[in-house]
Design a protein around this ligand. Sequence first.
Ligand code: MG
Length: 292
Amino acid sequence: MRLSELGEFGLLRELERRGLAQGIANDAARFAPDLVVTQDALVEGVHFRLDWTSWHDLGYKAAAVNISDLAASGAEPEALIVSLGLPGETKASDVIKLYEGIAETGVPVLGGDTTSADRLYLSVTALGRAERVPGRDGARPGDSLVVTGPLGASAAGFHCLQERLTNPCARAHLRPPLRVAEGRELAQSAHAMLDISDGLASDALRIAERSGCRLLIELERVPVADGVAEVARQLDLNVDSLACAFGEDYELLAAVPEPGRFTVVGRCEEGEGVVFLRDGEPVELSGWDHFR
Ligand SMILES: [Mg+2]
């Protein structure tokens, strides 16, 4: 079977089934009691476009999405390893800007590799230390679902960049938040936690599936980022879909016994899947199949 038919998750499941990889559903791999590591690769034309993003922002985002996976594991980032594939005609000053963007995250680069490639390829590995890694399989009925910040700006920003619209959301798409402190705080008690990379709907489903419970999300409680409603109006898009079904928000979603200072968006109960509610009634979120 070809990868285009199998899909990324199909491939990972197959590797796990054959015993060739373990625990790959988690945000980061744990390889000692307190050490976690994660890696993400970005390919020009697939994950980013150099006419949309600056070299500085690209470096920042590549580091930030990895730091986000550490945050979702309750870890404090300690080091980055950076591998770059670049065409020979790339300007050295652009590569320096990329590293300046990485440096802006405050996590030191301790190594890596550089190789020649026909287009820009960037892989960042992030290493961190965690006292407690919540994982995704411990959510239980009665837990509150919380998020660490507003959603939808990255989705709206993506559409702004595509349509060449000026809106602060465009910046949000290029500059994900770093939620390390929030992650460490939530990790002390969270029964499950991850970062919202694929959209609240899809990421909530990962917790529901791994934990064996149903996640109810109340749409009126989902915090929507400033500017999203305006972009939705201008481009005839659905606000709920921007906030819940697109992704790349890189806020954290956690199932916790006590929400504390975090924004509650729903709860866990017996059952399966993810259900969106408005005024207590189930609603279909356009563009998303909750039992997919
Ligand atoms: Mg993640």
